[in-house]
Design a protein around this ligand. Structure first.
Ligand code: G3P
Ligand code: CA
Length: 385
């Protein structure tokens, strides 16, 4: 399975430092701010090149154990020792950035139990998909704060429903303050991995995500190339826009090979993800980003029976462009694992997650998004030996 990718942090750190000083961060022409500003916010002038390898990224917090995108989920992930904590961002009607995977909050909040919001249930097309429910862009932050978060997949994670109603929907600013406080308490920065969700769709509503995100990153000292944050999006133009606003490290997310980013669809750009993972596509991405976040299937495709097949050359090809790889998403439950790592017949029971992590780590990836940061950390530790 091993691709022979160079996992030497030292080698890539040297190359990375050279590149970061020139082209890779040069799209916006932004310059690094004084180191003392970073220190004020607990940044310590850190570099993503110095994160533990493989880096364990807590996907939506510790979402295997708590309702996702809540302070409780982020706190548990941090307490487990996750290297980086992920946020997905969508806007409210009054332009505040809040942490939700979907702008449709039907499945992750108790909005349906609020009769005062019943009339706001509606059907709309988001990135070409028809959805019926309640949407963050139809709620002010004050409205949204009256709701409580709940488990998104209770059928798979019944135990997590114990925590339904315990936390509100956090704003990104609240998360930045939490990260700052936890960073001070721990004496080291709390790394975040922040995704802009549906950026073209929201810009069309007059709710552009990148400008308020950049403003918050500047306010909390996370706008520099050494800041403890990654910015990510499935839409390359969102990453390009961010590159003009801040110097924080950036990652282009890549979905299935046959898909097209929604901004490409809107702009009539015919390229698919299959084009972007070719050397020319990766070279283009490397002109404005420092990494890619591919679906795990782009690293190791599955065969017709759902078992892992032969790794692609993506790790080698991306590293050749000095791009790091943060693929998504590893989960412990059988239903989410490749068929060859499932154990028993209960889809919600845990399978051989350690075995699957090991095979993915052997490809030379730099990090991985996982709902189960504790499992990922043990697997990463085993892998480092
Ligand atoms: O952002 C990495 C991964 O989270 C992408 O998938 O749909 O879970 O945001 P999604
Ligand atoms: Ca995400």
């Amino acid at each position: 399975m091993t691709q022979g990718a160079d996992r030497s942090p030292g080698r890539r750190t040297v190359i990375g430092a050279a590149v970061l000083g020139t082209a890779a961060l040069g799209v916006g022409g932004a310059t690094a701010a004084p180191a003392e500003a970073d220190e004020r916010h607990g940044g310590h002038g850190s570099s993503y090149r110095d994160l533990p390898q493989p880096t364990v990224i807590a996907h939506r917090g510790a979402s295997g154990y708590r309702p996702e995108h809540t302070i409780g989920s982020y706190q548990l992930a941090l307490d487990m020792g996750a290297h980086v904590i992920e946020q997905d961002l969508v806007p409210t009607k009054d332009g505040h950035l809040v942490c939700r995977h979907e702008n449709d909050i039907t499945g992750t909040t108790d909005v349906a139990a609020h009769p005062e919001f019943a009339s706001r249930r509606t059907t709309k097309s988001v990135d070409g998909v028809s959805l019926t429910g309640w949407f963050t862009e139809d709620f002010t932050l004050a409205d949204l704060k009256t709701l409580r978060a709940k488990e998104r997949i209770p059928g798979n994670r019944q135990e997590n429903t114990l925590y339904d109603g315990r936390w509100a929907v956090p704003t990104f600013e609240e998360v930045l303050r939490w990260a700052e406080k936890e960073g001070r308490r721990r004496g080291r920065p709390v790394w975040l991995h922040v995704e802009t969700k549906h950026p073209t769709y929201f810009r069309g509503l007059g709710l552009g995500l990148e400008e308020p995100l950049a403003k918050l990153l500047r306010r909390y000292g996370r706008d520099r190339q050494g800041s403890p944050v990654f910015l990510q999006s499935f839409e390359p133009t969102s990453i390009q826009r961010l590159a003009k606003l801040v110097s924080s490290p950036r990652v282009v997310l890549l979905s299935g090979a046959s898909t097209r980013p929604w901004d490409f669809v809107q702009a009539g750009d015919p390229r698919t993800v299959a084009d972007l993972v070719k050397p020319a596509g990766l070279k283009w991405i490397a002109s404005f980003a420092q990494g890619i976040g591919p679906t795990l299937d782009l690293i190791i495709p599955k065969d017709a029976s759902g078992k892992l097949g032969t790794p692609t050359t993506l790790v080698r090809d991306a590293h050749a462009q000095d791009l790091i790889l943060h693929p998504y998403t590893m989960r412990n439950e059988n239903t989410f694992l490749p068929a060859d790592f499932r154990r028993g017949t209960d889809p919600n029971a845990y399978g051989d997650a350690f075995g699957a992590f090991k095979v993915y780590f052997e490809t030379g990836i730099d990090g991985i998004f996982t709902d189960n940061a504790d499992t990922g950390l043990l697997a990463a530790s085993d892998f480092r030996g």
